[in-house]
Design a protein around this ligand. Structure first.
Ligand SMILES: *Cc1c(COP(=O)(O)O)cnc(C)c1O
Length: 361
């Protein structure tokens, strides 16, 4: 069996050692005589797995003590609806900064609950840049300011944390969490679906400054209440135990590899390799994002024609480089370079790009 390099945007590649460990432990978890997915979430075995995952994630991300860490089903999109329900009064304004597709879905999910105000948007520029902070039209009485730290489809990433004063900054980190060191104290809420950089789809991580849990928010069921999940250690109902366990294995792997400092180094190296290959191609490969806003995690690029785009994707697949087709909203090619993609994966992609250009350029 040979495993290909998988550049999927999500669900995305997982470290092979983690998959092997999960495989080994699948039938009989640590001599318990049953799989971890077959055991009660309230039993000592799974409780230990859950607690270790939280402790490891706190260590990995240097989460301050005054922040709750939740593991919830429903992915990132669900959080985009829960955030206004929990943190904004009915009809209150919340500011959204749009830098791509996922900022727009956040507004769509929030709109039934808040007056979602677009404080800044780069849509007129086809989401190829990040609007300058000085041009944002923020509201002093907003419940929060929402940004998408890394736009997975458009390949646009904030490289600085914007200052929003006393209004809490809420950030969708689905596709860049744990990719480099981050000062969490600058944020009110950070959320991420796990299937890009943290583990399998089916679970989301939500990191919330605890004082925000005291906000009244909107009328809603207890199951939609972050404070209730926090009070019950994310076990208000049966949690997605398998996903939580597998994410926990990924956290341990990241810590063993050297943590976010090491992943920042690798991610910068991988992105530099691919952007350099694009920029040195004499226009054969084209990335249209402003250089200062280029994502380290998701790199969209185009060939001279859509026929060549399709040929590139097919030939790459035959060469063991998977899932390079761009999202339909943007087209072209997209290479996702999450933590589980080694530098050798980016090197293989760049070598393939040079060879493809030689044959078709
Ligand atoms: C993938 C993604 C989402 C959607 O995540 P789901 O888990 O499918 O709800 C939201 N935001 C960003 C930035 C993403 O990359």
């Amino acid at each position: 069996m040979t495993r290909a390099y998988n550049f999927s945007a999500g669900p995305a590649a997982l470290p092979e050692v983690v998959l092997r460990q999960a495989q080994e432990e699948m039938l009989d978890w640590h001599g318990a005589g049953a799989s971890i997915v077959e055991m009660s979430h309230r039993g000592p075995e799974f409780m230990a797995v859950a607690a270790a995952a939280e402790a490891d994630l706190r260590q990995l991300l240097s989460v301050p003590d005054d922040y709750a860490v939740l593991f919830l089903p429903g992915g990132a999109t669900t959080q985009q609806a829960l955030i206004p329900m929990n943190f904004a009064s009915p009809g209150q304004r919340a500011d959204y900064v749009l830098t791509g597709h996922w900022g727009k879905t956040a507004v769509k999910q929030a709109s039934p609950y808040v007056s979602a105000h677009i404080a800044a948007s780069s849509e007129a520029n086809a989401f190829r840049d990040i609007p300058a902070r000085a041009d944002w039209q923020l509201s002093p009485d907003a419940a929060y300011v929402h940004i998408t730290a890394n736009e997975t489809i458009h390949g646009v990433e904030f490289r600085d944390i914007p200052d929003t004063g006393d209004v809490p900054l809420v950030a969708d980190f689905s596709s860049s969490i744990a990719s480099e060191p981050l000062d969490i104290s600058r944020f009110g809420v950070i959320y991420a679906g796990a299937q890009k950089n943290l583990g399998p789809v089916g679970i989301a991580v939500v990191i919330i400054r605890r004082d925000l849990l005291e906000r009244t928010g909107q009328p809603r069921a207890d199951i939609f209440t972050y404070a209730s999940h926090a009070a019950r250690d994310s076990m208000l109902n049966t949690p997605p135990t398998w996903n939580w366990y597998l994410a926990g294995l990924v956290f341990k792997w990241m810590l063993a590899e050297g943590g976010v400092v090491e992943f920042a180094r690798r991610n910068a190296a991988k992105a530099a390799l691919v952007y350099s290959a694009i920029d040195a191609s004499g226009g054969f490969y084209r990335n249209e994002v402003a250089v200062s806003a280029r994502s380290r995690m998701n790199i969209p690029f185009f060939l001279p024609s859509t026929d060549l785009d399709a040929r590139f994707v097919a030939d790459a697949k035959a060469a063991g480089l998977l899932a390079l087709k761009g999202h339909k909203a943007v087209g072209g090619i997209r290479a996702s370079l999450y933590n589980a993609i080694p530098v050798a994966g980016a090197e293989a992609l760049v070598a393939f790009m040079a060879d493809f250009q030689q044959r078709h350029g």
